[in-house]
Design a protein around this ligand. Sequence first.
Ligand SMILES: [Zn+2]
Length: 317
Amino acid sequence: MEGLLGNERLKKGLAAAFAADRLSHCYLIAGPAGSGKRSLARILTAAMECTAGAGRPCGKCLQCRKVLDGVHPDVITVDDPAKKTVTVDLVRKARTDVYIKPNEGLRKVYLFPRAAEMNAAAQNALLKVIEEPPDYAAFLLLTEAAERLLPTIRSRAVTLRLAPLSEAEGVAELARRFPDKGRAALADARGRVEGRLGQAMGLVGEGESLAPETQIFADCFARRDRLGLTELLVPLERRKREELIPLFEQWTELLSGALAVRAGQTGRWEAAERIGRSRTSAESLRALERLRRAAELLQGNVSPGAVCGALQVWLAE
Ligand SMILES: [Zn+2]
């Protein structure tokens, strides 16, 4: 259960459910932005696919690793980030797919990262399949606004409600990620965002040469962590374009640095060296061009939501 901070009671309950092999086929994971919904979804999915006898998810078996790396063929994300809503067509596609048996996993897990963005038609299409799914199918519905889901869907799902971190938990985690920052600055950042770690990290990094989002981008891009990139980009959809343009420009600079490293030069940043070591020049160049395109789109008045959505797809390729 590493990777999910705080929420001790919920974690205890889940650990007991894993041990007793009592997993539901439908979970509603509700909580504010940055509260760990995706981390929890990954843990649950790993527990469903894990082939270790006890202590699931073990985090070590092939199935766990594929889930945690975001490359498991039986984990299907039902979302098109380029679209404003989750359309009924997407849900119908998933509904057809559900009758095809898993490729290699024990379960087929359908992840809905923006469950409340389904309109009534899409929700009704989903309802039909969660009422009588094949026994290997599971559905994870993530949302900040559980009340926007039909009561008939909510009643069929086990709801896991994530709480924001407590003061102590938040400060401890920020201190772990930013060891050079003073406790007071950390506590202050935490207080300003009411315990939402994802947002607090943005504040702690103000005035740094590389924004914390850039550090995360570098980490995820170097490790080919597609879920991590999505987790980074989803909250950015709500930022202002004036904030995003310089951020994407910094990511572009970082990738130029990575290309320089590939060409045998010393990187200006350690993060650029890491990317240079793990990604080919062609990969870094492609991402760089796409980030430039994203900045152009923002300047051309395309909405931050649409641009961040497109980037999730572009950077995952
Ligand atoms: Zn495992």
